[in-house]
Design a protein around this ligand. Structure first.
Ligand code: GLC
Length: 620
């Protein structure tokens, strides 16, 4: 007789158990939104179908991860985001470079958008023409499934974008809608005159005020306006139509079945639109994300949802959902990222300390992705209420930050460019690589070796600080070797208008080849970052569930972060100024070991060089 333990349970039983766990809530939410039981029945049928098509190895990994729900919260998790063509030409090329990712201690690779798109109308791949086809120049779906399987053998997780807010105007649905097919027009927002668009424009802010002003595009051939919150070739999908939701969920499950571990839900706050609102973060968005989470837990529970919510903290946190009814597994720590650069410019850690305190006070179930920069611009979404109390106004401060990072202000060593400077609001965001913003570009150009040492030190310090934050760190490919801004995008007519390409340059393998030469920038930076990665991997105080807090240093330029887990404590001290500093902290009586040098040290009157840092581990 077969013993009915969890192993011998048939796959069918497993699916049924997961399905029945979520059935009532899923049905309730679906009908609340769509009141359409036949479409719901179709969704259920398709979930079963995608489960059936899911690879055995993936099902095994799902079952294993269900047993260890904290599997992704470990201190060895380190992400890297990269564009396939920039990094290695093709998907097969990425597979050949896995040893390099391993050398970088990366076990989570975010492959930037690689699905079918039209060159020149692609928004860096965020305008998808076919959710089931890889861009021809990059390879095929089979190459992708092969890559994910190879990554899994090496313990590397693969992340991809699910661009669900819109399709490209070259998507099959859009083409049919354009020809006047009502069934497909109803999957987007079509208007035969400007009356309703004009009403929307009264309350909906603009995403790309300069490069793509307005939220609607006139289609002369179709004689209609279509809603386009992003670029005119990115048509917003209408999630009021259950056909859109269902079909997009099937695309989602199809992609998950290629072996994707982490699905980044692109631009998620925008997916539901209502007149007389800002069309952002509406309650229905949360209903949809909650349904996605349940669909994921039923069909592919090993898959994580990463929400892209580039908003202020009050708007971000709800995307984790409630502890009992979770939505996303992970979210970007976007305000901390922007506040970090504010701190670099002002050399004043107070706002950052306050921001970290907010994040550290959240439930430990919430996992943030920490980063210094990504493929997008840095928007100055700071806590202006607090800054106002210091007499710092939003508009002049944004101007100060943008001037600073363009290298216009006294003492700035940064290089970079503005993004979507809006002449009406005076608002502008910023583009640049970490290395360029730390001074590596300027020092290299001027051949100033002393300035270069300082810039590299600061770059390492910022990474060391980022690794101390609560959550999972993610590097941008090329930052590990200090790649600077790439100005060649200006020569490419498909890119010239979008300054985000400044920090999306191709991986420079000729520089990566020098990581063992200590006389080069790469040879100084890469090993030091590697050391940090190894320390993080080796010390359990870096797990996501550790206690994390900030400590007063009595110096406005020195930030101190503490981490504690199962009896182990590590303290990080980070000097954000160009001056050497002496820091005192209260926990100073204890004995510590500095983890980089192995030296004994007490955080009492400790000298921190300009732009330097220490990792201090409490001795037991
Ligand atoms: C996200 C992406 C960004 C893209 C936008 C539209 O914000 O990060 O690069 O332009 O979505 O899809």
């Amino acid at each position: 007789m077969v013993k009915k333990d969890s192993k011998s349970k048939t796959r069918e039983d497993v699916f049924k158990a997961r399905f029945s766990r979520h059935f009532e809530e899923l049905k309730w939410l679906y009908n609340e939104l769509y009141d359409n039981s036949s479409m719901f029945a179709e969704l259920c049928y398709q979930m079963r179908r995608y489960y059936g098509e899911r690879d055995e190895a993936l099902k095994e990994s799902d079952a294993d991860r269900e047993q260890r729900p904290d599997w992704y919260k470990q201190n060895d998790m380190l992400g890297m985001m990269l564009y396939i063509d920039n990094f290695a030409g093709t998907i097969k090329g990425v597979e050949e470079k896995l040893a390099y990712l391993e050398a970088c201690n990366v076990n989570y690779v975010h492959l930037m958008p690689f699905l079918d798109t039209v060159e020149g109308r692609s928004d860096g791949g965020y305008a998808v023409a076919d959710f089931r086809k890889v861009q021809e120049k990059l390879g095929t779906m089979e190459d992708l499934a092969h890559l994910t399987a190879s990554c899994h053998k090496k313990g590397i997780n693969v992340c991809m974008d699910f661009v669900m807010n819109h399709t490209s105007e070259d998507h099959e649905w859009a083409k049919r809608a354009r020809q006047g097919d009502g069934e497909y027009m109803s999957r987007y927002f079509f208007f035969d005159n400007y009356d309703i668009p004009a009403m929307y424009e009264k309350t909906v802010p603009q995403v790309f005020p300069t490069t793509a002003p307005g939220n609607f595009t006139w289609l002369p051939d179709a004689g209609h306006f279509v809603m386009t919150s992003f670029y005119p070739y990115q048509w917003d999908l209408n999630y009021k139509n259950p056909r859109v939701f269902n079909e997009m969920m099937y695309n989602f499950l199809f992609l998950a079945n290629q072996g994707i571990d982490i699905i980044r839900i692109d631009a998620v706050p925008y997916i539901w639109k209502e007149l007389n609102t800002q069309c952002r973060n509406l309650p229905q968005v949360h209903t949809i994300v909650r349904m996605m989470r349940m669909i994921c837990e039923i069909v592919c529970p090993g898959v994580l949802l990463l929400g892209e919510v580039v908003m202020e903290p009050e708007k971000v946190v709800p995307y984790f959902g409630a502890v009992e009814k979770p939505e996303c597994h992970m979210l970007y720590n976007v305000t901390t990222m922007a506040t970090t650069w504010h701190t670099v410019a002002t050399r004043d850690v107070r706002l950052l300390k306050k921001q970290l305190d907010i994040v550290n006070s959240l439930p430990k179930e919430y996992v943030f992705l920490n980063y210094l920069r990504c493929h997008d611009d840095i928007g100055w979404g700071l806590d202006y209420g607090t800054l106002m109390r210091e007499g710092i106004g939003e508009r002049p401060h944004k101007k100060y930050l943008n001037d600073f990072f363009q290298g216009y202000t006294e003492g700035s060593v940064s290089r970079g460019e503005l993004y979507n400077a809006d002449p009406v609001t005076g608002d502008a965001r910023f583009c640049g690589t970490t290395a360029s913003m730390c001074g590596i570009e300027k020092a290299g150009f001027e051949g100033d070796s002393e300035a270069m040492e300082r810039a590299i030190r600061f770059d390492v310090t910022l990474h060391a600080y980022m690794f101390m934050q609560s959550g999972i760190p993610v590097l941008y490919s090329g930052d590990e070797i200090g790649q600077v801004n790439d100005y060649t995008y200006k020569e490419d007519p498909n890119k010239a208008a979008d300054s985000r390409y400044l920090h999306r340059g191709p991986m420079r393998w000729e520089l990566a080849a020098r990581v063992k030469d200590p006389d080069t920038v790469e040879g100084k930076l890469f090993p030091r970052l590697k050391r940090l990665e190894e320390i993080r991997k080796g010390e359990k105080a870096f797990v996501c569930n550790a206690d994390t807090w900030t400590i007063e240093t009595w110096d406005p330029s020195v930030l101190c972060i503490g981490r504690h887990y199962e009896g182990e404590t590590i303290i990080g001290l980070f000097n954000f100024s160009e001056f050497d500093k002496t820091a005192w902290i209260n926990e100073s009586e204890e004995e510590y070991e500095e983890l980089i040098t192995g030296a004994d040290m007490q955080p009492r009157g400790v000298n921190i060089p300009a732009y330097g840092f220490y990792y201090l581990k409490k001795k037991s």
